[in-house]
Write a protein that binds this ligand. Sequence first.
Ligand code: ZN
Length: 160
Amino acid sequence: MKKQKDIHAEYMVKAINLAKRSVAKGGGPFGAVIVKDGVIVAQGSNCVTLNNDPTAHAEVITIRKACKKLQTFDLSGCEIYTSCEPCPMCLSAIYWAHIDKIYYGCTKDDAKDIGFDDSFIYDQIDLKPEKRSIPAANILRDQALGAFRLWDSKEDKTEY
Ligand SMILES: [Zn+2]
């Protein structure tokens, strides 16, 4: 029987190899694998430039595939192996998906060193919305709250 540590390394090597293959085919150098009960349910790599989709990070792509395969929006019981520490968008997606644990290879500082400055966005989150480099303005709140009131009073909603 394989040691637990070897299994983690095996999945991470797979994520790293996906990242390397992605570079070869014109994508960004990122790969990810989602595992449930010792079985790989989805794998993916960065397709931002290939798909003209700024949200097509390896983790998001892999979460979408896993959800489609498992027919759920809740990936509780799954773990993600990603070749690099998740950016704020992917970290959020991982939280929304309720993934149990994250294993990552490169750090966000490693990513910064080759031009992917996730730390900049992490820093932006701490600022007040109007102080961020992309300013955010709060408008029509009362009207917008109408959608929330509909949700709040809906009895047959699917909560997530
Ligand atoms: Zn990301």
